[in-house]
Design a protein around this ligand. Structure first.
Ligand SMILES: [Zn+2]
Ligand SMILES: [Zn+2]
Ligand SMILES: [Zn+2]
Length: 140
């Protein structure tokens, strides 16, 4: 999904697009790591994208409602990552918060008898290849 398409979806959800907000969206899409709203805000400030923390929260809320962001609860904080509109799962590195999408669904968990499933989430948490090799370097 192109950033322009995402902007269109946001407008449909009454999120007013400005140049700064569009820049914020681009930063979030490019991040590839889990970010808290405060971290995304700080990241934007560092790139001279002048938006308030309220706008960051609003963007993440609207994206999540539209299925274009996923929230994760880690160590008591809520982190977000941008998501495409194709069904996928996530690998999350617990060390550097890097996110990789996993396509190809192999979920085989059956619901309890009499229940129907509307959607599912399956996410894997661990150490990414780069963090694992960092460990190997420092291990005597
Ligand atoms: Zn995703
Ligand atoms: Zn990592
Ligand atoms: Zn799946």
């Amino acid at each position: 999904m192109e950033a322009a398409d995402v902007a269109r979806v946001l407008r449909q959800h009454h999120f007013r697009m400005t140049r700064e907000r569009r820049a914020l969206l681009d930063l979030f899409i490019e991040a590839d790591t889990l970010l808290t709203p405060a971290q995304l805000h700080a990241f934007a400030q560092a790139r001279d994208v002048d938006v308030g923390l309220t706008t960051v929260y609003r963007l993440l809320e609207v994206l999540t409602k539209a299925g274009l962001a996923s929230p994760f609860l880690l160590e008591g904080s809520i982190y977000y990552t941008f998501c495409t509109d194709h069904h996928h799962h996530h690998f999350i590195c617990l060390n550097c918060r890097h996110v990789e999408n996993i396509y190809g669904c192999s979920a085989t968990v059956e619901p309890p008898p009499g229940c129907t499933v509307s959607y599912h989430r399956v996410d894997l948490f661990g150490r990414c290849a780069r963090c694992r090799s960092d460990v190997n370097v420092t291990t005597p």
